[in-house]
Design a protein around this ligand. Structure first.
Ligand code: RAM
Length: 333
């Protein structure tokens, strides 16, 4: 082949490659230098410490200049407002938010959007999807709620009175799981849901509510607590009171290890909160890089995540923990 022909081939191949690049779908890459506010329901909750660990990892990878974990110690919408306003005043590019109140934050989130801030909820969504760009959630509410009812049914032989010890009555995540639990109870005709109690993700109030359940229903057989604060408080009270009530729900392995090994709790579940904060923060950084619109798909940690209906991005099914794996998971989160 003449050197001229060779040259021509190289040029031709080169143009194929260039043309190939031009038609390939653009994979958004978060812009470096962003200011990201990571706002949990409450900072004094171990679950959110893990969630923030993932958020910080994502911030490093996207080269954010600020990645501030700011939030209240009381898991209420009113207490979170101050931090959303702070992010608006200090001109952050993105907010990653676990909403303690599905309605109360709407005006502040609208203000954030008008100020050019991309808001992505992660863990707990808001009621009005127009007030955030996307929501990164662990798994569908149906699966999470149904699984918790199945766990208590397994322990109780599918019979007896069961109560729910939730977080705040204003939290979208717990409320959606409770709705799904109610539907799942229909599959167990000998298991009755006697009521829902709210411990507000406060350890003391959750312990009080646990005792309230026992007082109001002396023959209670099981308690489902779909909150890491509630299940831990319940297990602690069960231990100190020597109660026989079965307990399951959503807990942090590191906080529940002693109660699983101590026999107070046989089985419970959770997803990886580190991953949840990681993907939520990636989503927020992508959105802020994309004119404050959430791209349909984005990559985080080598995986592709795609928005589904209502701008929701799911992580995957929860894990279950028992004596066989609690020690292993307790080392991670
Ligand atoms: C608590 C919080 C959080 C929830 C977990 C399971 O830490 O309420 O929002 O996802 O429990």
């Amino acid at each position: 082949m003449s050197s001229l022909m060779k040259k021509a081939m190289v040029v031709a191949l080169g143009s194929i490659v260039v043309a190939g690049l031009a038609v390939a779908p653009a994979q958004a890459v978060p812009k470096p230098g962003q200011k990201i506010a990571v706002i949990p329901k409450a900072t004094n909750n171990g679950y959110f410490t893990a969630w923030n660990q993932g958020a910080q990892k994502a911030c490093k990878e996207v080269k954010a200049v600020k990645c501030d974990y700011i939030g209240p110690t009381q898991a209420t919408g009113a207490a979170q407002l101050k931090f959303i306003n702070q992010a608006i005043q200090q001109r952050y590019n993105a907010i990653v938010l676990s909403a303690a109140d599905q309605n109360a934050l709407a005006p502040a989130l609208k203000k954030a959007k008008a100020a050019g801030i991309c808001v992505v909820t992660s863990d707990a969504d808001v009621a009005d999807p127009a007030t955030r760009a996307a929501s990164v959630l662990p798994a569908s509410s149906e699966r999470i709620g149904a699984a918790e009812v199945d766990w208590i049914a397994q322990e109780l032989g599918s019979k007896g009175k069961v109560a729910i010890l939730s977080a705040a009555a204003t939290a979208a995540n717990q409320n959606a799981w409770i709705e799904a639990m109610k539907a799942q109870f229909a599959k167990y005709p000998n298991m009755t849901l006697v009521g829902t109690y709210y411990g507000d993700d406060d350890a003391t109030k959750s312990a009080q509510q646990f005792n309230q359940i026992l007082t109001e229903h002396p023959d209670i057989a099981g308690i489902i607590s779909p909150t890491t604060v509630g299940i831990r408080a319940a297990a602690q009270e069960k231990k100190s009171k020597g109660s026989k009530v079965a307990i399951t729900g959503l807990g942090l392995p590191s906080e529940m290890k002693d109660y699983v090994l101590g026999g107070q709790v046989s089985k419970f579940g959770l997803w990886n909160p580190i991953d949840l904060g990681y993907v939520g923060t990636y989503a927020a950084a992508e959105c802020a890089s994309n004119g404050n619109k959430m791209p349909k798909s984005f990559k985080a940690g080598g995986k592709t995540y795609t928005q589904g209906a209502g701008g929701i991005i799911y992580l995957g099914d929860p894990y279950t923990f028992d004596k066989s794996n609690i020690e292993q998971f307790a080392k991670i989160y």
